[in-house]
Design a protein around this ligand. Structure first.
Ligand code: AMX
Length: 441
């Protein structure tokens, strides 16, 4: 553990010094102009954040410290006999930069195993909720219950030197990531498996152990979890879950409070909840058409019906991406390798052929291609995880890797409170008439 922390500190010191110099020399350089429409339309295209862990290209998709998903599938360490990357490796890459060795990844697995204890009051808090409570709500409440363990919050109350914020943040991030699989698996077993819980297996890696605690021992499912936890981890800094975690963290709210905020954002249907919406939509289509494998023509008609009801086609479109999401492609490859004959998986592929031309024909959808959520559910159903209400929790466990690595960087680089300027439409009208100016605070 000490070694990871030392390397992180050394790396952030170097980057911190570079940023200082860079701002001294170029701090007043303009990097873009903001149009009035962008202010009203979700700040699309406004560059206003720094997030060191990953960068999204509209056409190439996500790159983690410069590496694409296909590259990482080759270069990151795997479990023995496995072929999917271990998410521990991706975390180290995002946290420190540079591809980790197998030994470094194994070391992190042991660190997280040692730090994975979840206090009983967290389980009692979950148990106090009605069983019908959505798994994401249970997940967020459990994270809040875990906040009693925050070292940042305890040390801050005791008078923490600014220079040491990063270290307490780092410790909280490690503890929280280590604990999340146990919390998530507890919610799953409580809600869907009669509360028959499964103890952790200390011999397994982080994602393999998560699969085990969920109740899935199939090696294929464990490999899926390793892939799933890797590809959902980060998508640069502006998406709702990453941005919310960063924003709340900028108030020096500890990592538990900050991550819970991010998870509340992930629970929205335009963000992480889309993965449950996709499979629900496909199940409803199959039921209405009374077939397991609808034809492309039938799918086309069903998509048109969805749109005519004023609904979005879940799993399609993206705020930044303009091509098929490489995270979709990685899952499609997994499907081709492990379950090419599965009718649900084939339906996902048929939907992929049917939807883009229809969305394109609407003329307003900027990206007609599938995103990560269009595929994930079908793979999970294949292994028996049919409880789609739970899927966003899986996404959330994975997302902790990226947003908490980023939060460590935020504190190490001493990023300040985030506080953009907002305006009123009344001010806009006066500004357009030349009566008032729009100034930043
Ligand atoms: N189906 C139908 N209409 C869509 C659409 C889709 N999949 N994607 C975009 N549109 C519509 C928008 O609703 C908007 O319509 P409006 O002008 O009548 O309000 C118009 O096309 C323009 O939108 P956009 O600029 O292309 O997208 P955006 O940046 O505003 O929103 C997103 C992006 C993801 C919210 C949107 O594509 C969407 O709602 N997709 C379906 C939900 C989904 O899959 N979300 C998951 C995203 C990935 C993730 O975060 N996990």
């Amino acid at each position: 553990m000490g070694e990871i922390k030392d390397r992180f500190k050394a790396e952030t010191d170097i980057v911190g010094a570079e940023i200082k110099q860079l701002l001294k020399e170029h701090g007043t350089k303009k990097i873009g102009e903001v149009q009035l429409s962008q202010v009203y339309q979700g700040m699309r295209g406004i560059t206003g954040l720094v997030s060191e862990t990953s960068l999204l290209d509209a056409n190439d998709g996500i790159r983690f410290r410069g590496y694409s998903i296909p590259e990482l599938q080759v270069k990151l360490p795997k479990s023995e006999g496995g072929s999917e990357p271990l998410p521990e490796g991706l975390f180290l890459l995002m946290l420190i930069g540079g591809l980790p060795t197998s030994d470094e990844v194994q070391n992190l697995t042991s660190v997280w195993q040692r730090r994975s204890h979840v206090p009983n009051h967290v389980f009692a808090t979950i148990e106090a909720l009605p069983i019908a409570t959505h798994p994401m709500t249970q997940f967020v409440i459990a994270i809040m219950a875990l906040q009693t363990e925050s070292q940042f919050s305890r040390k801050y109350a005791g008078g923490l030197n600014k220079k040491d914020y990063w270290e307490a943040t780092f410790d909280d991030a490690m503890d929280l990531i280590a604990r999340l699989p146990r919390v998530a698996a507890y919610i799953y077993r409580r809600k869907y498996k009669n509360g028959e819980h499964i103890q952790p297996n200390g011999l397994l890696d982080w994602a393999g152990n998560f699969a085990h605690m969920l109740g899935y021992e199939d090696e294929g499912f464990m490999e899926l979890m390793r892939l799933y936890m890797t590809i959902h981890a980060d998508h640069e800094g502006g998406n709702v879950s990453a941005h919310a975690t960063h924003l709340v963290g900028s108030a020096l709210s500890d990592p538990y409070l900050s991550f819970a905020a991010g998870m509340n954002g992930l629970a929205g249907p335009l963000h992480g909840l889309a993965n449950q919406e996709v499979i629900k939509w496909i199940f409803e289509m199959r039921e209405e058409l009374k077939t397991e494998l609808p034809t492309k023509e039938q799918i086309t008609e069903y998509v048109k019906k969805t749109l005519s009801e004023g609904k979005v086609v879940p799993g399609y479109g993206h705020a930044v991406l303009r091509k098929t999401d490489p995270r979709f492609t990685a899952q499609m490859e997994f499907g081709k390798k492990h379950m090419p004959e599965d009718p649900l998986v084939q339906t996902v592929w048929n939907v992929y052929e049917a939807v883009p031309p229809i969305l394109k024909s609407l003329g307003k959808v900027k990206n007609p291609w599938p995103n990560v959520d269009a595929h994930s559910g079908a793979l999970l159903v294949h292994y028996g995880m049919v409880e789609y209400d739970f899927y966003t929790v899986l996404f959330g466990v994975s997302r902790s890797l990226g947003v908490l690595a980023s939060l460590c960087w935020d504190r190490a680089l001493s990023f300040p409170l985030e506080r953009p300027k907002s305006i009123t439409t009344d001010l806009v009208k006066k500004w357009l008439k030349g009566e008032e100016e729009i100034w930043g605070e």
